[in-house]
Design a protein around this ligand. Structure first.
Ligand code: FES
Ligand code: FE2
Length: 384
């Protein structure tokens, strides 16, 4: 029997797969079970393009940071962070401007291209004889990697479709905006005591906004119609909307577009909240691109790192100091408001009565899509 079906229950999977109107949400085990967490790592995080870091983490040649590994020399390179001698992790913290990456245990040194350069004292000599070891075959194991919107993606399987293909639907939506020429304006990092999927689902519906975020506008008009549109295109999901937010009025920044949109829509008032399955969030809100990398740490613990990008004049200009501070504060508050309810969702999942959860057909389309995408990806990967 499929391990995924064993852990979630066949009935629960069938209930999730029903049309949204009668579906039930993903059962509690998906958020609490250590075996399910390990299975997700293997079947989802080791098989798809996952966001692991930002380009701004490693801006210069010789900068590197441990994630499961990354490096850079004009292009980003990623390697498994494991020494070919006897397996020590080579770096345990970000490093800057290194000419090489040196293992802390016995001093093996690897070039920024991953090649093994030096093995001092291997044969008792300060500089080991060139033929003392087959260095050519002992480079760091490379990981397929690429960068989009300053997010460093890796594909540990080496078998995912090309990164350009993976990001294409999102890139197409962003095409009318000036997203290439932006600068980092703010960065925030934290942890949340909840499963990574709850953290993502927290951003995937507008239903809670009226109750959790009083500063946000209602996403319904006077007649009770949605003012947002769901996005659910396989690995790309979320929604977009047109409308005013407190951020727009209190912290006016420079719109990310050059002139009118090609399709004539009002770009400055169209916001996209998007996820790339499984763990990368890329939002474009008129004046700001916000990239968030969600990293599962444990079934009930997730780290998040958010980077905010503005056009250069808004990111660096003195006259935008206050607007930048207001932007950071605005998002910090929203994040804290979300944290309380997301952590409550995690606690609720430990109740023996948890389960048989409903999804609002009006609001929770993207949540349903995400949960189905996860289960389908896992079931597919199991059969390979
Ligand atoms: S484990 Fe790295 S040099 Fe020995
Ligand atoms: Fe929220």
């Amino acid at each position: 029997m499929s391990r995924v079906a064993e852990l979630l229950g066949r009935d629960a999977i069938a209930a999730l797969q029903r049309p949204l109107e009668t579906a039930r949400a993903l059962p509690p085990a998906a958020y609490t079970d250590a075996d399910f967490f390990a299975l997700e790592r293997k079947l989802v995080f080791h098989r798809n393009w996952i966001g692991v870091a930002f380009g701004h983490d490693i801006p210069a040649p010789g900068d590197a940071m441990p994630v499961d590994a990354a490096g850079r020399d004009g292009a980003v390179r990623a390697f498994h962070n494991v020494c070919r001698h006897r397996g020590a992790a080579i770096i345990d913290a970000p490093v800057r401007g290194q000419p090489s990456l040196r293992c802390p245990y016995h001093g093996w040194a690897y070039g920024l291209d991953g090649r093994l350069r030096a093995t001092p004292l291997w044969d008792g000599q300060r500089v080991a004889a060139a033929d003392a070891l087959d260095r050519g075959s002992l480079g760091l194991a490379p990981v397929r990697s690429g960068i989009f919107a300053d997010v460093v993606f890796v594909d540990l399987s080496g078998a995912a479709p090309p990164l350009a293909e993976f990001v294409r639907p999102l890139a197409a939506r962003w095409a009318p905006y000036r997203t290439e020429d932006t600068r980092l304006a703010h960065h925030a990092a934290g942890e949340i005591a909840a499963n990574w999927k709850l953290a993502i689902e927290g951003a995937l519906e507008n239903y809670h906004e009226a109750f959790v975020h009083p500063s946000l506008p209602a996403r319904i008009d006077a007649a009770g119609n949605k003012t947002f549109t769901d996005t659910a295109e396989d690995a790309l999901f979320g929604f977009c909307w047109a409308g005013e937010t407190a951020l727009r009025s209190q912290a006016p920044l420079v719109p990310l577009r050059d002139g009118p949109l090609r399709d004539g829509a009002e770009a400055a008032r169209t916001d996209y909240l998007s996820f790339l399955f499984p763990n990368t969030q890329l939002n474009l809100y008129g004046s700001v691109v916000i990239a968030v990398i969600w990293t599962p740490l444990a079934p009930d613990r997730t780290s998040l790192r958010s980077s905010f990008y503005l056009v250069p004049e808004a990111a660096e200009g003195a006259r935008f100091v206050e607007a930048r501070a207001a932007m950071a504060e605005y998002w910090r508050n929203l994040r804290e408001e979300d944290r309380r309810v997301i952590e409550a969702m995690q606690r609720g999942r430990n109740s023996p009565a948890a389960g048989d959860f409903r999804l609002s057909p009006f609001w929770e389309h993207s949540v349903h899509h995400f949960q189905n995408k996860l289960v389908a990806a896992m079931l597919d990967a199991e059969t390979v």
